[in-house]
Ligand binder design. Structure first.
Ligand SMILES: NC(=O)c1ccc[n+]([C@@H]2O[C@H](COP(=O)([O-])OP(=O)(O)OC[C@H]3O[C@@H](n4cnc5c(N)ncnc54)[C@H](OP(=O)(O)O)[C@@H]3O)[C@@H](O)[C@H]2O)c1
Length: 324
């Protein structure tokens, strides 16, 4: 367990360490909630950061206003808004292309888009359930496309804020829950979480210098949680959005979650977090390890990870073809 005090002390070092100056970070889903707070703390805690952040059409204006406050708070940084809808795989391609054109490395890819589909499933124009595409397909696509720049950074990291530790058996005959008899708010959430861990583990294995972090933030008092409260999801004692953001910044910058140390040294009394059998950091709300091996190991043995990978790449090909 990592205390909030320790988190704040670690984040407080970001401004003074030479290795954390000039970091390049890309945020997807930071127009609200945990991502927005993580972006704010990242911007205010670092020197010369180069920040890219996506917003879909309906939140472009408010996000630009938010970025203006960061420009004023930390004029050493550069702040670029990329218009992209995180429910669309093809939009992720456009956003990542925008970064590929301008940067030679990316130190951090931070992803927290997503929602519970309480109002039901209304597919995107790519034919995907947006509650799954925001939490799984688009995230994986963004990481895959960003790999060249991530691998060019000295201590690269991907942080996915979702539901580590909640991995569960999949409906292997209907991975995207196409049949509405198989779909539910909860099943879509479990599929996004589990397919995400299996696919990101593969990328962690193929890119051994890359720290791949999947975190369950616990209950965090965000607009997303407020919406879920109205539908009867009332987890006890949520932490504030501000603490959620600071904890997410710790996940993004502490060597506790690094395969290639080089950012903020691990606080006294803590160690590098052990990784999952698939080589990924699965992290709980207090910065602790989540152990999902009972579910994941048999899946890997049976090749479900490969099935998920093939299925997803096929889905990506269809999205790209439809967008062409
Ligand atoms: N908060 C919690 O207690 C909690 C607990 C466990 C897991 N999580 C997960 O952590 C992640 C972040 O949660 P949060 O509470 O910070 O969420 P949030 O405040 O609701 O922010 C969610 C982000 O996802 C985007 N988004 C939401 N619905 C979308 C849609 N239909 N299409 C495209 N983009 C959409 C939002 O964009 P706009 O601003 O444009 O709407 C925003 O950038 C989510 O995946 C959530 O499931 C949260």
């Amino acid at each position: 367990m990592v205390s909030f005090h320790t988190v704040q002390q670690s984040n407080g070092l970001l401004a003074s360490l030479p290795q954390t100056q000039g970091l390049v970070a890309v945020f997807i889903g930071a127009t609200s909630g945990i991502g927005q707070s993580a972006l704010e703390h990242f911007a205010k805690s670092t020197i010369n950061p180069r920040i890219y952040s996506t917003a879909r059409a309906k939140t472009v204006d408010s996000h630009n206003e938010f970025l203006d406050t960061l420009r004023k708070a930390n004029p050493t940084g550069s702040y670029t808004l990329l218009q992209a809808d995180p429910s669309l795989v093809s939009d992720m391609d456009g956003a990542i292309d925008g970064v590929l054109k301008k940067e030679t490395k990316v130190d951090l890819l931070f992803m927290s888009p997503g929602f519970f589909a309480w109002e039901g499933r209304v597919d995107t124009k790519e034919g995907l359930d947006p509650s799954m595409s925001t939490r799984y397909y688009s995230r994986l696509r963004a990481v895959q496309r960003m790999l060249p720049l991530l691998n060019a950074a000295p201590s690269p990291r991907v942080v996915s804020i979702l539901a580590a530790g909640m991995e569960a058996p999949l409906n292997e005959d209907d991975l995207d829950l196409r049949d509405m008899k198989n779909w539910s708010v909860w099943n879509a959430s479990l599929h996004a979480c589990t397919m995400g861990t299996l696919a990101l583990e593969r990328l962690a294995h193929e890119n051994p210098r890359l720290s791949m972090v999947h975190c369950h933030p616990g209950a965090v008092a965000t607009p997303g949680l407020a919406h879920s409260n109205k539908h009867g999801l009332n987890p006890p004692n949520p932490i504030s959005q501000d603490e959620g953001g600071q904890r997410a910044l710790f996940l993004s910058t502490s060597d506790r979650f690094a395969v290639q140390p080089g950012l903020v040294p691990i606080p006294d009394g803590l160690e590098v977090l052990p990784r999952s059998g698939g080589g990924m950091f699965l992290v709980g709300p207090q910065g602790e390890m989540k152990d999902s091996e009972k579910v994941l190991a048999p899946m890997r043995q049976r090749g479900v990870d490969k099935q998920v990978w093939r299925f997803t790449q096929d889905m990506f090909s269809k999205c790209v073809a439809a967008a062409a």
